[in-house]
Design a protein around this ligand. Structure first.
Ligand SMILES: Cc1cc2nc3c(=O)[nH]c(=O)nc-3n(C[C@H](O)[C@H](O)[C@H](O)COP(=O)(O)O)c2cc1C
Length: 176
């Protein structure tokens, strides 16, 4: 059966949308058929053989469109290969260290316990002060969060290649 992969995303200011677009591009380059779509525009998973879903992180939560996607398609997702990514932390260094080990909201853990994603990864994000509303600017200034584009395109591509490996060959290849 030929594969068709959905890359769905939830993004407020576009940084996560661009990560999803890059994931789609990398998968296409290895010959996979991919659709990249905002999570809220997906109404049917039946055309797809695997799903990658990502959300920007705001105040420790996933965006509601991504949570809604998980809730709506929970049973279907539990029967197919699924990969999840969060995108948020700004600053240099390992994203997991920046968030002290956090990579996914606790509130959605019951969903992932059922869906059993193949992986749950955390990528750096981007904060562009010019795009933020007044309240958000105050929060970022108050937290002294690093401002700028910290997205690690090499890490995103490498992770996507590991996903492609599983999609194309069916098994996780352990490095020698
Ligand atoms: C008000 C505000 C709150 C944020 N809260 C978090 C957070 O709790 N954890 C985190 O890792 N990143 C947080 N971020 C960073 C965003 O996740 C990051 O900017 C992300 O790349 C935005 O993606 P988007 O452009 O797709 O919306 C926050 C950003 C803003 C502006």
């Amino acid at each position: 059966m030929s594969q068709r992969i959905l890359v769905a995303f939830a993004s407020k200011y576009g940084a996560t949308a661009e990560i999803a677009a890059r994931i789609g591009q990398v998968l296409r380059e290895v010959g996979l058929h991919v659709d990249v779509q905002p999570a809220e525009t997906v109404s049917d998973l039946s055309p797809y053989t695997a799903v990658i879903l990502g959300s920007a992180v705001y105040a420790g939560s996933w965006r509601k469109e991504a949570v809604h996607f998980l809730e709506t398609f929970e049973d279907k997702l539990a029967q197919m290969p699924v990969w999840l990514f969060s995108s948020g932390p700004t600053g240099q260094g390992d994203p997991l260290t920046l968030l002290k080990g956090w990579n996914f909201p606790d509130a959605q853990k019951p969903l992932t316990d059922h869906i059993q994603p193949r992986d749950l990864v955390l990528f750096h994000g981007e904060i562009n002060m010019q795009k933020l509303n007044f309240g958000e600017k105050l929060i970022i200034k108050g937290l002294k969060a690093p401002v700028g584009d910290f997205r690690d395109w090499k890490a995103i591509s490498a992770w996507t290649m590991s996903v492609a490996d599983v999609l194309k060959h069916g098994a996780t290849q352990m490095p020698q």
